[in-house]
Design a protein around this ligand. Sequence first.
Ligand code: FUB
Length: 307
Amino acid sequence: TSCQAQQSTKELSAQPVPEPGNPIITDKYTADPAAIVHEDTVFLYVGHDEAEPGYGFYNLNEWLVYSSTDMVNWKEYDVPLKATDFEWASGDAWAAEVIEKDGKFYWYTTVTHAIIEGKAIGVAVSDSPTGPFKDARGSALVSNDMTKATDISWDDIDPTVFIDDDGQAYMFWGNTALYYSKLKDNMIELEGEIKTIDLPHFTEAPWLHKKNGYYYLSYAYKFPEKTAYAMATDIEGPYYFQDILNEVAGNTNTNHQAIIEYKGKDYFIYHTGVIPTQGGSFRRSVSIDYLYYNEDGTMKRVIMTTE
Ligand code: FUB
């Protein structure tokens, strides 16, 4: 009957989206994911891990961009940005994050400064989420001579940028010390002083997101790294430590997360070293799993899945 036909159509359209199979990219090694949703499409930004098997450190020279409308099928684009596109940098395409403002896409990146010792943060800009991106300043946005909370030269890494509901943009970053600063309206200059936030066992990889009035600061915790998180009701804190969000991911001593909501579901995007074969701490692969919140706003621990 027509009633039965209607019923079965409804059941079909109510099927959940397919479980994402992990890792999501298998033809190259990818690390340090960041993602945005723009016009109903997810854009995923990663570093390209190019270390040879057995090489015991990072070898990342470029970032890559992918898009998806179902979190399962990912389209790759031409290489949108390389570390040496910043003429003042000597290389090292470490963790980076893109944000959109007024139709422009700003990509905050970690690189090694060619003159000032240590890591530094650059910002590139494009009219499109897939690039091409160009250095927006011609100089570092943050370099090691500007931050003094640690003696290490790699404490200016892993920027995460967030625009609050009142339009004010903030950047959080760091290794060992967690720094943050406001950004000017032009998105390419800091505004005011650089401050710090104390979080237990903060290592690196901060990610800031907001949901239902809470600010969530997730970060790499201890080493080998788990992902932990703290919550606040004001972007500048105080942040209250909550819990471990994700355990050490298989076969890699780092972890690096992005958290997004897309088409009514929440996703935890991270990297592991497990797969494909010959993966490890310097040959990582981006994976995606569902993220679930409790009624009080806290987040449930992520269940990492493979194929
Ligand atoms: O990929 C290089 C570095 O490893 C990143 O900047 C850190 O977050 C860690 O994942």
